[in-house]
Design a binder for this molecule. Structure first.
Ligand code: GLA
Length: 350
């Protein structure tokens, strides 16, 4: 039996830009999907977290988490030919549906494991793109490449700057001085997320079309003025958010962590009002954190999931207990949170 693991990710900034040829700045976190894989006479998929077991002679859609692996196998087959059956057993300490990319981690760990066992010699970028294709073509989420790239290519103590237009990426040293990132899981699962997500992508494509452009990289602030309504709001978010990514990298290089906090709050305002991917519970958390921590914003696809917080430890500790209490009183949900530790990308795990 062989063992592998792939991490989830947070995204410092650059949200809903990756399917708009924009910039993103994620990094892998120290929470993983673990995969034990061995030869088998049929494909089997089991999870230690849920005690489920799925057996298939022929690969097809199951409408379960196994689809993320099945999608990867089918994409790999398009590239390298028939894949023999294996037994996939997973377990995870990465919260599911919390905006931390558990699905990309599952895709990346499966692609990486098969590549290793079958000596396919595919690069990490190619494996990430196989996961991305599986998500787009088999699962049906028209996402960008951020999550799969972050899970595959991250390095400890760095953020991964990706230009999703050229697919070039660069490791940016991550020195937060005495600040830390935290994740607060709102407990609201982004169930509506997939359909709303695809609608956002469509609205951005429509904005491009209205301007007669092929890529968001060709759009200027002058062009924006020719748009109105939803098109204007979506496109303005993308342009502003791309600038915030570049400014955040600058601030990281200058050790100006407080400034990064401001960009996080600005990003949230934009995701809430211009891109409209937040939700009441998340906004409640952010409003409660304003003026108390360095920065906070919704992270990931949206419509629930998690809040990313940037804070000094003592400041965070001062607010979290009260927030937990008030949130539970209002929404009857126990908030879960953790301090973010960064991690390497996908790897063999002994
Ligand atoms: C999800 C998608 C990513 C990205 C984010 C929003 O996590 O999988 O590709 O679009 O949403 O930034």
């Amino acid at each position: 039996m062989m063992k592998y693991r792939a991490p989830g990710r947070i995204n410092i900034i650059g949200e809903h830009t990756d399917y708009n040829d924009g910039y993103v700045l994620p990094f892998a976190i120290d929470k993983h999907i673990y995969l034990d894989i061995k030869n088998s006479d049929k494909f089997t998929f089991s999870s230690k977290n849920s005690n489920e077991k799925i057996s298939l002679n022929n690969l097809q859609k199951t409408n379960t988490w196994a689809d993320y692996i099945i999608g990867v196998i089918l994409e790999l087959e398009k590239k390298v030919g028939k894949i023999p059956p294996f037994s996939f057993n997973i377990h995870s300490n990465l919260p599911i549906g919390a905006g931390l990319s558990s699905s990309a981690a599952l895709e990346v760990v499966s692609a990486y494991a098969l590549n290793d066992i079958l000596n396919l010699n595919l690069s990490l970028e190619e494996l990430a793109l196989i996961g991305w294709n599986a998500e787009n073509k088999f699962i049906g989420l028209n996402c960008g490449i951020m999550d799969q790239y972050a899970s595959a290519l991250s390095k400890e103590n760095h953020a991964l700057f990706i230009d999703t237009f050229t697919k070039k990426h660069e490791l940016i040293p991550l020195n937060l001085k005495d600040y830390n990132f935290y994740i607060i899981n709102s407990g609201v699962k982004h169930e509506l997320g997939n359909s709303e997500y695809n609608i956002r992508k469509k609205q951005c494509d429509e904005a491009l079309k209205a301007l007669g452009k092929n890529s968001f990289r060709e759009i200027t602030y002058d062009d924006l003025e020719k748009l109105e309504g939803i098109s204007y709001k979506r496109a303005k978010h993308v342009l502003d958010e791309n600038n915030r990514v570049l400014k955040t990298i600058e601030a990281l290089k200058n050790d100006n962590i407080e400034l990064i906090g401001e960009y996080l709050f600005e990003s949230h305002e934009s995701l809430k009002n211009l891109y409209e991917v937040s939700c009441e519970e998340i906004d409640y958390i952010i409003d409660n954190l304003k003026n108390k921590v360095t920065g906070a914003r919704i992270v990931g696809g949206g419509f629930g999931g998690s809040v990313l917080v940037l804070s000094k430890d003592d400041e965070f500790e001062k607010v979290i207990d009260n927030l937990k209490y008030e949130y539970n009183k209002k929404y009857s949900i126990e908030i879960e949170y953790f301090k973010v530790k960064n991690s390497n990308g996908v790897e063999k795990y002994i």
